[in-house]
Design a binder for this molecule. Sequence first.
Ligand SMILES: *Cc1c(COP(=O)(O)O)cnc(C)c1O
Length: 393
Amino acid sequence: MKIHTKAVHAGDRKKAGDSIPVTTPIYTATSFIYEETTRLDRIFGHEEAGDSYARFENPTNRALEELLTALEGGAASLACSSGMVAIQFALQAALTDRRKHVVASHALYGATIRMLFAIFEPLGVEATFVDFSDPGAVEKAIATHKPGAVLMETISNPLLRAGDIGRIAELARKAGAAFLVDNTFATPALVRPIEHGANLVVHSLTKYLAGHGDVLAGAIVADRQHAELVRAISRIAGPVLGPFESYLTMRGIKTFPLRFERQCQNACRIAAWLSAQPAVEKVYFPGDPGHPDAAVIRKLFPENAYGAMISFEVKGAGKDGIFAFMDRLKLVVRATSLGDVHTMMLYPVISSHRDISPKQRERMGIRDNLVRLSAGIEAFEDIIADLQQALAG
Ligand SMILES: *Cc1c(COP(=O)(O)O)cnc(C)c1O
């Protein structure tokens, strides 16, 4: 089945009483009871599937989890209260019975880097950061550090680099490491990392999948090997999503493939337009034929879809120049998120990469004149008109 079909059918229309609701209701109950207590006993004892307590299972979450499993081609999913908690629990599951070392991409989401330093390092988990667009560097780091987990993002932030997921999966597998991929930027519409050998996929559902800027949510999609472990540690610690947010996310996902198609199209057009502007110094876009990872992108992504994120440098602008440029935007929303129906712009220097020293940022290639744009579903002429007037000053 294609993703457009899965998005509207998977997980929904389960029998409830003697009818079948067309969409899954919001189950707010924290506990579930049965006419015979022996059944509850069997459910608590894992001899029978069923609901008992909301930290373990909930029918609304289960519907969303089935949908996510179908979209990513995994074995099971866990809906979490945020993307960050999904990453934390995926890493915990990965490292449970493995060496406490993570080889991670040096271009991870800022909070993920902070999580490795502030939460995992004090617990004895070391992290090594390397450039994941260079498989040789990843291979060397894996050979040197023998990590228990390897962690990357399908499309990195904000320079939009791509790594060879299949090749890295093979390196991780040979070393006995779990391979985790944050697929938030690419989404299952572009790449399904489990199909390329990843063990655990994580998402900030807050972004493209929920898509409307009105829900904070995350998910872990696990392969067969890790599905039970993820559920087991979740049953203890309860990082689960609330049923209201679960419902909203599922409602959002039904139109996700349509929205994302439009966002990808808009991004291609905006990137082409930006590249022709004298006020723009450089455009970073995975669809650019001259992109440094073009070969990997051709191999991994479908034709003519490159995601909907664009980064670009405004010629000659410093911090003040970027502030003035952003303040002139009337349509593009200056918000610290991405993937919503509306086009958004973020300035990495004051947000995602704020805690990184200017020198280190320069080394990472993140210059003071760089902004990141998340293409929305508006008419592209209107987006371009807004960018044009803001660039003109
Ligand atoms: C936003 C984001 C996260 C964190 O997700 P939250 O839902 O904000 O907790 C993690 N990874 C990436 C790539 C993101 O864009």
